[in-house]
Design a protein around this ligand. Structure first.
Ligand code: NAD
Length: 356
């Protein structure tokens, strides 16, 4: 039986980048003799317009049936009323909750040919290969919220079970990499961080004695990400610290358009999406960079379908077209020739075929 993949293109450039990712998935399936069934559904603003909800029942059913979900992006200027009861971004939060994906993982790998696109000096970018593991369903974003006239509070809480399951994913990922984990906290002021650090120390001693664990304060980590990014292997942290550090880390690569992500539930099921949004400023023009979404397909093959060789083939094909000088507008140097979304997708497909 073919594995089922739910495909949710969403809004703005979502459908444009998803179209290229599906070309790549189809090519890799044909070359390797794998069978995937892809089924599309609506999410976000497109779903609100067509079905009256940002996360319709049909989409929920598909997300629960599928082994993996590939998402484009949601949102746009048409649906920005903050007082509206439903919003495109709510569809995405509902999707993550329905799938129970609690670990967001984001690789940050620099490409020598794109050093110029990053604000950092090239010598700092050499050899950067980081995997950030962020807790996605707990912490201050989900704690009790209170608002008085002149005061407000957001509760940050974590349980041992929530911390343990996330750290286990980080430890397991580190074993397939350079066996180093930096656990980020704010142990000098936060009680949740004290629990976090104690759980990390205990778990790594018991279950991952072969992995080097270091604890880093979040303020120092923010600095080290810019001053010595190549020293990091796996970074693991709670929800809000991870939200901030992953955006900071994306600047090492230069463009949001290059970066993939996976959100996992610990059983192999996952939600895969580029880190960028729907980019309404360039939507409909065929100029969006599809690489982040194509690399998300590679993550899906590795983490849900256990096909690491196929994942590497996609990553190598993306690296090869960059080395050959192909650039979408977001990663082009001044005066450099640029290609559109479909041409970039086609070039990656051609590389995959040529390398087969
Ligand atoms: P954005 O990521 O959509 O765009 C930020 C900038 O990066 C824009 O200038 C855009 O043109 C550029 N960019 C992003 N992706 C690109 C790509 N693949 N190729 C080339 N350039 C790219 O963020 P934003 O403008 O703050 O948000 C736009 C909408 O997207 C909002 O409605 C927001 O809520 C939504 N959003 C959705 C997600 C998601 O679906 N996961 C994430 C972030 C923002």
């Amino acid at each position: 039986m073919a594995a089922l993949i739910g495909v949710l293109p969403g809004d703005g450039i979502g459908p444009e980048v998803i179209a290229e990712a599906l070309k790549v998935l189809d090519t890799i399936a044909r070359l390797g003799g794998h069978r995937f069934e892809t089924r599309q559904a609506l999410i976000g603003g497109a779903a609100m317009d067509a079905a009256g909800s940002s996360f319709p029942g049909e989409t929920r059913a598909l997300a629960l049936d599928a082994q993996a979900v590939l998402l484009g992006a949601v949102g746009g200027p048409k649906w920005t009323d903050p007082a509206a009861p439903d919003r495109p971004e709510k569809g995405l939060l509902d999707l993550r909750a329905a799938m129970g994906v609690y670990a967001n993982i984001r690789p940050v790998v620099t490409h020598p040919t794109l050093y110029g696109a990053s604000p950092l000096k090239p010598e700092r970018l050499q050899g950067v290969d980081i995997m950030v593991v962020r807790e996605l369903t707990g912490g201050i974003y989900f704690g009790r919220k209170e608002r008085g006239v002149d005061s407000a509070s957001d509760l940050c809480s974590y349980t041992r079970a929530e911390i343990t399951r996330l750290l286990r994913i980080a430890g397991t990922l580190a074993r397939g990499r350079r066996r180093k984990v930096a656990s980020i906290d704010k142990v000098n002021v936060l009680e949740t961080s004290r629990l976090w650090r104690a759980v990390a120390t205990e778990l790594f001693a018991q279950e991952f004695p072969d992995v080097a664990l270091e604890h880093v304060l979040v303020d120092a980590a923010a600095m080290h990400l810019l001053s010595r990014p190549a020293d990091f292997d796996v970074i693991v942290t709670e929800n809000m610290f991870g939200d901030i550090l992953t955006d900071e880390a994306s600047m090492l690569v230069g463009s949001m358009g290059m970066l993939p992500s996976a959100s996992l539930d610990g059983s192999g099921r996952g939600l895969y999406e580029p880190i960028h949004g729907s980019a309404p400023d360039i939507a409909g023009r065929g100029i969006a960079n599809p690489c982040g979404t194509i690399l998300s397909v590679a993550m899906m093959l590795r983490h849900t379908f256990n096909l690491p060789a196929e994942a590497r083939r996609i990553e190598s094909a993306v690296a090869a077209v960059l080395e050959a000088g192909l650039r979408t507008r977001d990663i082009a140097a001044a005066g450099q020739e640029v290609v559109g979304t479909a041409a970039m997708g086609d070039a990656i497909v051609a590389r995959l075929r040529a390398a087969a």
